[in-house]
Design a binder for this molecule. Structure first.
Ligand code: SF4
Ligand code: SF4
Length: 341
């Protein structure tokens, strides 16, 4: 999964990537990494950001190469309101289709994003027409619970002449019109990075998550605009502690090996985050203030506080969080320290 750029036309209050970074991932370096990943057996690619459509030439180059290699496509995650005119939107989507993209356009629709419903509806209609597929768009929303934060979906449905329906079969909401079916993917909102100011208390919701070895947001090679490679797109992954390599200096094979050997990442994927949590609580029952159903929130908490064996603390608010907390060795560590693993 590539983030060619973190730049974005929006600045959502819950965004957990450093949209301030001006970096753009060089196309040649990304293509080299694609070829190395292909040799490792990887056959699927997706795009996130920032706003991927702000670096269209990158998107098109990677789509063309991976389509030639016969890869499948995951989503292009977009805010859907980056375009300057209907002609600009038309041309960009047509270029993506012509390059060979056969995945979905993942549209973020919640109270934090742009909420220009006319612009979002035009994006959906244009995508439907250009790709000639009912299910070309899927929707994402971030809230505290799956049944919360659906008001913007209802407004988009109204703008499209569609309805919002619960599917017992898919266990999720759908936005359905005569010619479109859009599934709604829920993302568990957590107060990390910019969203730290959105409140406290509710992240510790009293129930422990079900261990899934990061099968959901994890188990992907996620490349940032600086070329850093992460083991997942969970919202802790921008912490330096979850860097497993850099495509400018390491091959894909080396990066996978480094992930296996990484004192935290290797363990999360082999034994699960629960094993790390239980170690921490056995050592100090007060180290974690409550139970959370949000796996990535615990990951972020543990890493920023330096609670995991063999890992430094630090980070938070995109590396600018300043405070002092002890790590597991009792050393006081400055949060915001950019640690290398
Ligand atoms: S649209 Fe996405 S990348 Fe852009 S600011 Fe909002 S959450 Fe961040
Ligand atoms: S729990 Fe941590 S390692 Fe797992 S997906 Fe979330 S951020 Fe990534």
């Amino acid at each position: 999964m590539f983030s060619g750029t973190y730049q974005c036309n929006l600045s959502c209050p819950h965004c957990c990537v450093p949209i301030e970074w001006p970096d753009r991932l060089p196309i040649a370096a990304a293509l080299r990494f694609v070829d190395q990943a292909h040799a490792l057996g990887i056959r699927k690619v997706g795009f996130t950001g920032g706003e991927p459509f702000l670096y269209l030439e990158f998107l098109l180059a990677i789509i063309k190469r991976t389509a030639q290699l016969g890869w499948r496509f995951d989503k292009i995650q977009t805010n859907g309101v980056w375009y300057e005119s209907p002609a600009h939107l038309n041309a960009a989507l047509e270029a993506v289709r012509s390059a060979g993209f056969s995945g979905k356009l993942g549209l973020s629709v919640d109270k934090f994003h742009g909420l220009d419903m006319d612009a979002l509806a035009l994006f959906c209609r244009t995508a439907r027409r250009i790709f000639n597929r009912d299910e070309i768009v899927s929707l994402n929303y971030a809230s505290k619970r799956p049944d919360q934060g659906l008001e913007p979906m209802h407004r988009l449905a109204h703008a499209l002449g569609a309805v919002v329906q619960w599917s017992d079969w898919l266990k999720r909401y759908l936005v359905v019109s005569d010619d479109m079916t859009m599934t709604c993917q829920w993302n568990h909102l957590a107060p990390v990075e910019r969203a730290e100011s959105l409140g406290t208390g509710w992240e510790w919701d009293g129930a422990w998550f079900q261990e899934d070895y990061c099968e959901g947001p994890g188990q992907a090679l996620v490349v940032t605009p600086k070329g850093e490679v992460k083991p997942c797109c969970g919202f802790a992954s921008d912490l330096d502690q979850l860097t497993i390599g850099n495509l400018h200096t390491d091959s894909a094979e080396q990066i996978v090996q480094q992930a296996r050997e990484h004192p935290y990442v290797g363990r999360v994927f082999r034994e699960g985050l629960t094993a790390i949590k239980e170690d921490i609580l056995a050592r100090d029952p007060s180290a974690i203030p409550g139970a959370t159903s949000n796996q990535c929130f615990l990951c972020w908490y543990v890493l920023t506080r330096g609670l995991a064996q063999g890992m430094p603390g630090g980070g938070g608010q995109v590396g600018r969080w300043t405070d002092w907390l002890p790590n597991v060795n009792g050393e006081r560590i400055p949060l915001g320290f950019k640690a290398r693993t």
